[in-house]
Ligand binder design. Structure first.
Ligand code: 13P
Length: 251
């Protein structure tokens, strides 16, 4: 049985004051026991969030890490080892906003994935197609390439301690959500691709859906056989809404 995971990606949002408010709201949530919950604040608030959520069973993650695992001379970057040192347990790699806006390619994403694992962080590999790619019938090809490049570089064994997040780019921040059946088709293809290399790893890996997940849409999505939770953007900035999404993953 895969334990559902709901992770809140705060993206580039927050001030010390708003983060303090959000922590207060998160501390008050009643969370379902069977669901793993995580939040991913901007790097400069990680310390505040780790301390603020002390004693609450919410993990803290980062939104990105450097290609190099160890600290060193790489101006502006943060190493996976430093993230682990401040209390992170997971990290996003290959989010579409970084692929698209910052030009991160598959090779860089694989290196970040490897760096995260080498420091004991769980990498959450984000994959997903643009609207143009979907309309051209290329969804499974694009997602297959993004996933395949990491499998090729690091081997399927790298997914024994990893999470995949399917986030169709056209559904991110747009209010458009992939329908449960539409998402399930891609999740099943992701699992099948991993199963071609290792049935055991494919069975265990959690595949999250992301893209305008709200409390109202969460239960139907999480009810699909290959959707093991969610990667939540905008709705994770509201503690009550986020809590409702976490509860939907537990029902
Ligand atoms: P939204 O939930 O705001 O669409 O963002 C999804 C996302 O990109 C999470 O990583």
């Amino acid at each position: 049985m895969r334990r559902p995971l709901v992770a809140g990606n705060w993206k580039m949002h927050g001030t010390r004051a708003s983060v303090a408010e959000l922590i207060k709201g998160l501390r008050q949530l009643v969370l379902p026991a069977g669901v793993e919950v995580a939040v991913m604040p901007p790097c400069l608030f990680i310390n505040q969030v780790v301390q603020g959520l002390d004693g609450k069973s919410i993990a803290v993650g980062a939104q990105n890490c450097a290609v190099e695992a160890a600290q060193g001379a790489l101006t502006g970057e943060v190493a996976a080892s430093q993230l682990a040192d401040v209390g992170c347990s997971l990290v996003l790699v290959g989010h579409s906003e970084r692929r698209q806006v910052l030009g991160e390619g598959d090779e860089v994403v694989s290196r970040k994935f490897a760096a995260a694992r080498s420091c004991g962080l769980v990498p959450v590999l984000c994959v997903g197609e643009t609207l143009a790619e979907r309309e051209a019938g290329k969804t499974l090809e694009v997602v297959g390439r993004q996933l395949g490049s990491v499998v090729e570089a690091l081997g399927v064994g790298a997914f024994s301690q990893a999470v995949v997040a399917y986030e169709p780019v056209w559904a991110i921040g747009t209010g458009l959500t992939a329908g449960p059946a539409q998402a399930q088709e891609v999740h099943a293809a992701i699992r099948a691709q991993l199963a071609a290399e290792s049935a055991e790893i494919a069975r265990g890996v959690r595949i999250l859906y992301g893209g305008s997940v709200k409390a109202a849409s969460a239960a139907d999505l999480f009810g699909m056989p290959d959707i093991d939770g969610g990667l939540v953007g905008g709705a994770s900035l509201n503690a009550d809404e986020f809590g409702a999404i976490c509860r939907a993953a537990g029902s």
